[in-house]
Structures are given as C-alpha cells and as structure tokens.
Design a protein around this ligand. Structure first.
Ligand code: NAD
Length: 341
C-alpha cells in the first residue's frame, strides 16, 4: 500500500471530504484533483478544501490531471452509470483503478447492462479494477445485509430499513427529495421526475440477489411524501406544518412470485422534531432469525467518504474487471491508512 497515488475526480461535499481524509494519511498520496468549476482551477487543492497548501493544483482538464500517473481515481461527480461512464473509461485508459460513489455503480448492470459490460471488458483489458460503493447503496442496505446472512443456514425474507435525517444535506438533495414543497407539488415532481427519492434500491436488491443466488423477477418501488405536523428548520430549508419533510421510499423484490426483500428508506429533515428516532434496521427471516438495530443512523456523509477510502487497498489488490462490494473481501476500517487528527 505504501505510496498509492490517488486522484480525486469531483470536489463537492464527498470528494472534498475524501481528499481531506487522504491528505491526513502517510501511505497514500493525493497526486491530482479534477473540478468542474473554473474558479477552482489553478488553485492549490489544500486551499480549495479549506486546508493549508499541499502542492497539488486543481484542474478542470483530465489530460493535465492524469499526467500525475495515479494508481487509482476516486470519482465523486454524479449518480448514474451513464454520467460517470466517460470518467471511468478515461481513468481506465490511463491504467488507473477506479472507486466511484455513483449510486448506480453499486450494481451497474441494473441501470445499463450494455455500459456495465463495456466497462467490465475494458477494465479487464487494461488490467484494472472498478468498484462502486458508498453508504447506501454500497453498505447498509446491501453489503451489511449480505454479511449478516453469513450466519444463516436458511434465508426466507429480508427486511432492511434506514431512517435518516436529511438536515445536513444541501439544496440538490432537498430538491430531489421534495423537501419543503406542498403535497400537490410533490405529486407533480414525482410525475415529472424532478423528485426521485432514494437512488439505489434496484442496485441493493440486485446485489443481495446476486450474492444469495436469488433470481429477482420483479422490483416494485413506491414513493410517498412525509408530511410534517410541525415546523422543521435546517440551514437550507424551512418546512411549514402541512408541507413535505421528505420522501418515504420503499422497494419490494420478488423471486418466483414471492416477496423476498423489502427495503424501506424514509428520508426527511429533522425527524426527531416529531419524535422519530433515526436508525438502521435489518431483520432476516431465516434460520436462525436475525434482528439488527443501529441507533442513531450511521452518518451518511462520513460513512460514504470512509468506505470509499477504506476500499482503496482492496481495490488495488482486487480482481481485474468491474466488481461489486459482494465480490471483494469484507470492508474494514484501516486505522493504519486513515490517521485521525
Ligand atoms: P456534490 O453535488 O456536492 O458534488 C459533486 C461535484 O462533482 C460538484 O462539485 C461538481 O461540480 C463536480 N462535478 C460534476 N461533474 C464533474 C466533472 N465532469 N468533472 C469534475 N467535477 C465534476 O455531491 P456529493 O454530495 O459530493 O456527491 C457526489 C455524488 O455521489 C452524487 O451524485 C451523490 O448522489 C453520490 N453519493 C452517493 C452516495 C452513496 O451512498 N453511494 C453517498 C453520497 C453521495
């Protein structure tokens, strides 16, 4: 692991946080950073992310950034396979491994079998590894569930639920979850595609199905508004009583006509204002049955940055091609890799 050279592609909330984590390690070197906005270009990465200068210039030009010959690119730019595929292919062309937190990349065949296979073929040809990960999809409602089934001699049904607080997130998330709008605007937003709820249920379901050998024949998703009874306030939004505080999104997956997986993700700002506790819950109807509860929720931001960074050694040493969290060794925190300051 010593001296792994990493490039960060995308310096938003997650990319900047990953850069901060990596800059405080001894055995990983951040050698490049690609931003989209021209005002970040030409500036020192440390300054752009609120630290002292680190001697790495941010650029908007991948050709310039990849002159640093990174071993691995961490991509934190977009959510869909279609949007990140050109960036992944660019990194592979330069013989870099890839970790991305694009939600659809957690199981990219669900969104585009053609693009996923193309990335897989190219990664194998180049002798590199590509992984999609994150807190969810990527860990709580899939990898953790899969790991828990490891002590079951029979698994009949899985129920996963993540109750989280959206308050730390910014305007993009507020918009895509419909926070602050009226119930009528929420319905119109769902119709137009502007309000999407959670991105990743199909990926989590398919990942679990692949790991357990279940043929998934159908996935039914439902989204409904969480209407607030009280006023809820965050840095970015104020939700008046009667307006939407978030989106209750669910997915039911069927195999052989029988429901085998039920995932729930009610996401809202300040759930505690109405006495709702956050948490992550997994119930496996199996032999033996399993009931797991983590309260409060595992924080999504830090969790995403950490798992992406912690997977670096497993990806660097991973098999060639496009892999999933179910194909690699169990994730682990790497105190030797991440120095806490
Ligand atoms: P963000 O909006 O804060 O940051 C994205 C950044 O990428 C922005 O700064 C944008 O300018 C930049 N960008 C976009 N296209 C670019 C390009 N071509 N070149 C360089 N930079 C580019 O979002 P975020 O919170 O940092 O999250 C990043 C992505 O990861 C989002 O799509 C988010 O939905 C996803 N995400 C996934 C998980 C998970 O659990 N899998 C968790 C958190 C975020």
């Amino acid at each position: 692991m010593s001296g792994v050279k990493v490039l960060i592609w995308g310096l938003g909330a997650m990319g900047s946080g990953m850069a901060r984590m990596l800059l405080s390690t001894e055995n990983v070197r951040v050698v490049g950073a690609i931003a989209q906005r021209s005002e970040k270009a030409g500036r020192d990465l440390g300054e752009v992310i609120g630290l002292s200068p680190v001697g790495v210039k941010v650029t908007t030009d991948p050709d310039v950034a990849f002159r640093s010959k990174p071993d691995l690119a961490l991509i934190a730019t977009h959510s869909s396979v279609k949007e990140v595929a050109p960036q992944i292919k660019y990194a592979l062309k330069e013989h870099a491994d890839v970790i991305t937190i694009a939600e659809e990349m957690a199981y990219p065949w669900a969104a585009s079998e053609e693009l996923a296979n193309e990335i897989d073929r190219f990664a194998r040809k180049q002798g590199n590894t590509v992984l999609g990960t994150g807190i969810n999809p990527g860990f709580i409602l899939d990898t953790l569930i899969i790991a828990l089934t490891g002590i079951c001699r029979d698994v009949r049904h899985i129920h996963g639920k993540r109750v989280n607080n959206l308050a730390p997130f910014g305007p993009t998330v507020m918009r895509t979850q419909g926070v602050g709008v009226t119930p009528e605007e929420f319905a119109a937003g769902l119709e137009s595609g502007e309000i999407v709820g959670h991105i990743g249920f199909r990926q989590s379901v398919m990942l679990i199905g692949r790991a357990l050998g279940w043929e998934i024949d159908d996935i039914v998703e439902e989204r409904e508004p969480i209407i607030s009874r009280v006023e809820r306030k965050t840095e970015y939004v104020t939700v008046a009583p009667g307006k939407v505080a978030g989106c209750r999104h669910t997915a039911r997956a069927y195999s052989g006509g029988k429901e085998v997986i039920f995932l729930e993700h009610p996401q809202q700002v300040c759930p505690e204002d109405e006495g709702v506790k956050t948490g992550d819950y997994i119930t496996i109807d199996g032999d033996p049955p399993v009931r797991m509860a983590i309260e409060p929720e595992i924080p999504g931001g830090i969790g995403t940055m950490a798992i992406a960074v912690n997977m670096i050694p497993l990806v660097i040493n991973g098999p060639r091609g496009l892999v999933t969290m179910a194909d690699l060794p169990v994730p682990r925190g790497l105190p030797g890799l991440i120095k806490s300051h």
